[in-house]
Design a protein around this ligand. Structure first.
Ligand code: NAI
Ligand code: COI
Ligand code: MG
Length: 372
């Protein structure tokens, strides 16, 4: 198979985690006889520094001309710490989501039994957790009208949703749930307070009647945040609006072991987009210590999207193998950790069929937390 993949590295750890994914995609290409053509494009603070805008039109063109996009992360403290900055890196990711009409962000949450002893959560609580968050991605408060008064003392962000925006992602979530064991959709909203949430509830209640084999329940977001920590097993498909989905998915990443672990696929009407759920983690940039698995599993989701399900499965097996053998990054085990590039090499070797077998753990450099 021959595919064109746009690479949007972005800022901070973005280029580093994406480099690991490309290494693994190259191993897949070689092992299975595929050809992946990569084309890099600018986004975020990197793009601002080079072109003055967070999303150059050339980047949109490259994405539109590709079969899929692999995105790293955007964001830089120099903008985060300057509330009056007019051009911001995050405009890059918001803009490309809108330009590609990526209205659904699908974030699977997987737990790993081999990591349970390192989790702050009780092992019994993590057993059997398997949920997927369907986060609306091109509407809501992130895209609503923004206002700051001239004296700078009053500001507002509008949260705005239309029925079609809710319907299209709700259908996706219900169809997805139909193919799962639990067949359950939980709408997470704040319908006791917000008009937009009441619209979500009304529309989802109507759509639910078309999917009689799917159980539906409704939960307020504040309670959902708590339930995710005390009883995550109850969830199957979580359907929610943009900001709630952003927040509860970072929280849900604790179930997987780290924010660095969760992948995602953003889909809509055009080119699909694959992105780890984390941000640019600037404190780790250039140190080779961030967790690349969120990006690597996003690349696996891209292969699923291409119909290369066996290849995607091998990547997931490789990830499982590294975790089972305690090849983990600092976020997972601060006392005994490996560099990000080592994890990337191991996963790539596994995909290439070189391990398990030839790798001797004692030959792989273990980094102790005191080194960094
Ligand atoms: N999709 C995107 O491009 C996103 C961009 N951002 C931007 O990223 C910048 C930093 O934002 P933060 O709130 O600090 O969020 P962040 O996701 O970059 O990091 C938060 C914390 O999560 C952990 N973490 C995140 N990714 C990790 C990884 N791969 N491996 C190990 N640990 C990891 C670290 O402890 C880190 O301090 C900001 O400029 C923000 O706007 C934030 C979220 C998403
Ligand atoms: C950087 C934001 C625009 C979004 C975000 O945090 C996310 O998509 O996870
Ligand atoms: Mg986020």
């Amino acid at each position: 198979m021959e595919k064109k993949i746009a690479i949007l590295n972005g800022d901070g750890i973005g280029p580093e985690v994406t480099a690991q994914s490309i290494k693994i995609l190259n191993a897949v290409a070689q092992q299975y006889g595929h050809v992946f053509h990569y084309k890099e494009a600018l986004i975020g603070a990197d793009a601002i520094d080079k072109t003055g805008t967070a999303l150059p039109s050339e980047t949109i063109d490259i994405c539109l001309d590709s079969d899929a996009v692999l995105f790293g992360a955007v964001g830089d403290p120099k903008y985060d710490n300057d509330p009056s900055a007019k051009v911001r890196p995050e405009q890059g990711i918001l803009g490309i989501r809108k330009a590609l009409q990526l209205f659904a962000n699908i974030r699977p949450v997987t737990t790993y039994s081999t990591l349970q002893h390192l989790s702050p959560l009780k092992p019994a609580l993590l057993e059997g957790v398997d949920c997927v968050i369907f986060r609306e991605l091109t509407g809501g408060i992130y895209f609503g009208k923004k206002y700051t008064s001239e004296d700078g003392n009053t500001a507002s962000d509008e949260c705005y949703y239309t029925r079609p925006e809710i319907e299209r992602i709700a259908h996706l979530a219900f169809k997805y749930a139909q193919n799962r064991r639990k067949k359950k959709v939980t709408l997470v909203d704040k319908a006791n307070v917000l008009e937009t949430s009441r619209l979500w509830r009304k529309v989802v209640q109507e759509i639910a009647t078309q999917y009689s084999d799917v159980t539906v329940d409704y939960m307020f977001v504040d309670n959902a945040a708590m339930q995710l920590m005390i009883n995550p097993k109850q969830f199957d498909v979580i359907l929610t609006e943009n900001m709630f989905g952003d927040i509860i998915s970072d929280e849900a990443s604790v179930l997987a072991g780290s924010l660095g672990m969760l992948p995602s696929a953003s889909v809509g009407n055009g080119t699909a987009f694959f992105e780890p759920i984390h941000g640019s983690y600037p404190q780790a940039a250039g140190k080779d210590i961030a967790n690349p698995i969120g990006s690597i599993l996003s690349a696996a989701m891209m292969l699923d999207h291409f119909g290369l399900t066996a290849e995607a499965e091998v990547i997931r097996d490789a990830v499982d193998w590294t975790l089972e053998n305690n090849f983990v990054t600092k976020d997972i085990d601060p006392m005994n950790f490996y560099f990000m590039s080592t994890i990337g090499d191991l996963i790539s070797d596994y995909v290439s069929g070189k391990i398990p077998g030839s790798v001797k753990k004692e030959n792989i450099e273990l980094r102790k937390s005191t080194i960094i």
